[in-house]
Design a protein around this ligand. Structure first.
Ligand SMILES: Cc1ncc(COP(=O)(O)O)c(C=O)c1O
Length: 386
């Protein structure tokens, strides 16, 4: 049951979730039938007709427009990439940073964002880290900003403890201090409503294999198109303002596309873009706010049961500061992961315990099954929660 939508109907679209207790959407979403159907359409067209490429490219643009609507931005501000790492590297290298400039990040945040910026050390750019605390907002960043600071980058939702950082206040701070603001929304997208204009971000990047329900290999990048000075660090025909009709490269016509296509490189991941078109339809039909609220309800239920068992939660507890769908619990992964696996429950090992992460298809029964297993083992003896 859900107060927010017909979760039983949604669940039927995810056969994997019917077979196992799937509590690992923070790792990879199971495939949904409509998403698979969209990929199959593409494959069948390729098989039978060798590909109506113009039809496929029209669908790329339709999906770009859907992504833009989903994030509250213009289609000209959306580029397709390969994954979060690529989006973050594109963003980090597009910022006009020089030796002596500095960037602020959060210690222990996702490495796929952090390394993109650490690589700028080669240019003499300094990366400074704030400690990871339950609440990260503008106030937390303020004391770290000095006259070398040029940018802030962090995750919206953390993968390893389910923090949900106050990116709107940090975005307002960046606007006020004239800093670039780069946000990794990989764990948030599809579960937490994201209004990119309210964040006031320079770049927002993610992959699409978690809340967006697409198989791995497709990323998104939002670019604030008023910031024309942000250019890709590379050049491809696809990223140009004008591609010569005769396809002979012109050294004197190298201007970047006025749209976010300036950040794209060559051909697209067409099967995954077909998948994304279908998954966005599913998500919009349910409503991302409803998905968020459903996950919050599952989380409240989980937390109440864990309290009862004396199992701790790692990371923030209040709805205001936690993600709706990621809960890391103090059960050592070395002792508990295989137990869950053997009992048909899929979760992830995390730095400080076991990560339970919900998707749109999870139910209270999934939570109860997990809790039943924890209770059964804890009651047996020497197994203690951390
Ligand atoms: C916050 C965050 N960023 C990025 C990634 C993944 O990066 P990529 O899309 O490059 O594989 C993950 C998880 O896989 C994540 O949790």
């Amino acid at each position: 049951m859900s107060r927010h939508y017909d979760v039983e109907a949604v669940r039927k679209e995810f056969p994997a979730a019917e077979r196992i207790v799937y509590l690992d959407s923070g790792f990879q979403a199971p495939l949904a039938r409509p998403v698979m159907a969209a990929i199959e359409t593409f494959l069948r067209e390729g098989l039978e007709t060798a590909g109506p490429k113009s039809v496929w490219l029209d669908r790329v643009e339709q999906t770009r427009a859907k992504v833009a609507r989903f994030l509250g931005v213009s289609a000209d501000e959306i580029a397709f990439t390969k994954n979060t790492s690529e989006s973050m590297n594109i963003a980090a290298n597009a910022l006009p940073l020089r030796a002596g400039d500095s960037v602020l990040m959060i210690h222990g945040d996702h490495p796929n964002n952090t390394y993109a910026f650490l690589n700028l050390k080669k240019k003499g750019v300094r990366i400074d880290f704030l400690p990871m605390t339950d609440v990260v907002n503008a106030e937390a960043f303020l004391p770290y900003i000095d006259d070398t600071t040029r940018a802030i980058s962090l995750s919206h939702v953390t993968f390893h403890a389910g923090h949900r950082f106050d990116i709107e206040s940090i975005g307002a701070l960046c606007a006020d201090k004239k800093l670039y603001f780069v946000v990794d929304v990989m764990q948030a997208i599809g579960v937490v409503p994201i209004d990119v204009k309210a964040i006031q971000a320079t770049f927002v990047g993610c992959g699409s294999h978690k809340g967006l329900l697409v198989p791995q290999g497709l990323g998104l990048l939002y670019w604030n198109q008023t910031l024309k000075e942000l250019e890709p660090a590379y050049l491809a025909a696809a990223s140009l303002a004008e591609i010569p009709d005769d396809l002979i490269a012109r050294p004197d016509r190298l201007a970047s596309s006025p749209t976010a296509r300036r950040f794209e490189l060559g051909n697209f991941n067409l099967p995954a873009i077909h998948a994304l078109g279908a998954s966005l339809d599913m998500i919009e039909q349910i409503g991302v706010k409803n998905i968020q609220n459903h996950c919050f309800d599952l989380g409240d239920h989980l937390l109440a049961q864990l309290d009862d068992l004396g199992v701790s939660l790692i990371g923030p507890r209040q709805r205001q500061h936690r993600s709706p769908h990621i809960y890391v619990v103090g059960l050592p992964a070395t002792e508990w992961l295989s137990y869950f696996e053997e009992n048909g429950v899929r979760v992830s090992p995390e730095r400080d315990g076991i990560r339970i992460s919900f998707g749109m298809f999870n139910t209270i029964d999934d939570v109860d099954r997990l809790v039943h297993l924890i209770r059964g083992r804890l009651s047996k003896k020497s197994f203690k929660a951390a």
